[in-house]
Ligand binder design. Structure first.
Ligand SMILES: C[S@@+](CC[C@H](N)C(=O)[O-])C[C@H]1O[C@@H](n2cnc3c(N)ncnc32)[C@H](O)[C@@H]1O
Length: 208
């Protein structure tokens, strides 16, 4: 007999209609940060400890990792303040409101797809950037990093050209950061550091 998929009860958002940002966590005060594609969750699980004042939400398309990380948050006693939902960020961000309700977006090592026919799956693309711009508060932060340097350069060109963002890197006029400004490290980032693989890090602020 076929076994039921063990993650079919992954935490999900309502399948349609507007999504109030305040409904994403049990606690509804404190700055709200969203991580897109947390995967195994190392960054998010650290970040929730590093930022005890903030609410943190992960949007992870893979049901397995959304379930495991969300369960971990609850086991850590952080389930009121931090959640991971098994959702495609490209589909749920356009339904979220109010505008300007998010203080930071993190996108660590996105888009592990290389074939031309998989281009439509890319997360960091104009429709998502428009949603991030809409949801970020003035001065809010967008942080993107990748170890696929030419893809990172492509992200940089797109975000640099977006009217809503200003560059907030190490040098004026650049979004690039030589090192991570966070204590928290994601799974892929840890591996890149161990293996000495260069990482392209970009930081932007939402213009007022
Ligand atoms: C290369 S992994 C990186 C995982 C983690 N951020 C890290 O740094 O280790 C990319 C992650 O993004 C997730 N992902 C890809 N497209 C997504 C989407 N549209 N919405 C939400 N998550 C997505 C994948 O399932 C995967 O967990």
């Amino acid at each position: 007999m076929k076994q039921p998929y063990p993650y079919e009860h992954a935490p999900r958002l309502a399948p349609q209609g507007p999504i109030d940002l305040a409904s994403l966590t049990g606690q509804n005060h404190g700055p709200l940060e969203i991580e897109i594609g947390p995967g195994r969750g190392a960054f998010l699980l650290d970040r929730v400890v590093e930022r005890p004042d903030a609410r943190i939400v992960g949007l992870e398309i893979r049901q397995k990792w959304a379930t495991i990380v969300d369960d971990r948050l609850r086991a850590m006693g952080q389930g009121e303040r931090a959640r991971v939902y098994a959702e495609d960020a490209r589909l749920v961000l356009p339904r979220m409101h109010p505008d300007g309700g998010v203080s930071a977006f993190f996108v660590h090592f996105p888009d592990p797809w290389w074939k031309a026919r998989q281009r439509k799956r890319l997360v960091v693309a104009l429709p998502l950037l428009d949603q991030i711009a809409r949801l970020l508060q003035p001065g809010g932060m967008l942080f993107v990093q990748t170890d696929v340097v030419d893809r990172g350069e492509g992200y940089e060109v797109q975000i640099d050209a977006h009217a809503a963002f200003e560059k907030d890197g190490d040098e004026p006029g650049s979004a690039r950061l030589a090192s991570s400004p966070w204590t928290s490290r994601g799974n892929r980032e840890r591996r890149a550091e161990q293996d000495g693989i260069p990482v392209l890090r970009l930081r932007y602020r939402r213009k007022a």
